[in-house]
Design a protein around this ligand. Sequence first.
Ligand code: ZN
Length: 324
Amino acid sequence: MIKYFFVLCTLTFLSLAFAWSGHEALTYLIVQDLPIKNRMVKITDYSYEENRIYNQDYLVVKDVSGERAFFDPLGDGKFPPDPSPIDGFMLPVWQILTIYSPEPDNGMDEGLQLDFLQGLIGNSQGVRHMKYNLGFINAFQGDTSFIYFVEMSRQAFKQGDRYWGYRFLARALHYAEDLSQPYHNAPGETGEVLWGIVDGNTRKILKNLHFLYDNYLVYLIYYSDDAARETILGSKPAFLGDERQVINSIMNFARSKFEVVHFELKKAFGDLLKTNVEMKEISQIDNKGELYILKGETLSILSYTASVIKGFLLHFLKEVGEIN
Ligand SMILES: [Zn+2]
């Protein structure tokens, strides 16, 4: 009963739904060099029976290329490109993967009843985008979300529907990218999490740390130097096996970085964590030279994630016949 109470209290405030921001930029940089046989894809209608429910108010199945529909508002509004379809119905592979990778944060996973945890957290997007494994809490479905959309993509390619093959694959990439964020694997140190049950300030700071680190990626890609872009572009593919092995590796690496990322953020931002940290404050602290360890660790996460996703894409796209 006590354990149940802890789980209930803890989940009630830890269900932060958000992720790395800037999925479109991260994906765009990861998919640049894919040696696809036929780089152009004809847009098709959605025609799938799924084992997954969505919030129908936000689920989008029409093509929205050229609209920057799901792009992060913290981005610079120019990068990455999102041109209109060629002749009104043809899109390059890179563009489908890029523009649809942020889509799952647009509400399709929100406001649903998913499982018994749902009653405790009241936030279904968090259930699908995170995976906590804290010893006393083992919860959420971020890893199975990735695997689900890889399988949907596989089915689409099998029936010759390349467009939805890539759209489902873009969603799969979203969940893999989410789980590369340490705060999607743990909300805080165990002591902080337990203290947060009774202390609202601790809860708030943990929440702000999560958002801050989401936005730090946007800062690195859009508003810092070229290090993040070059790290992602330059990462060599790593081949780790099937989709379960791929997502486990990404989660394990993110967890291994939790402690140092958490420590460095708290050290550098201190009292600013009592409120939402703004992009200009990240920039000011960076300019004072206080983020160099955080930056190094984050580049290492980006390098690892980009390598594993590149390797996965090469392996999977060969399996479905898109690559020789
Ligand atoms: Zn997400």
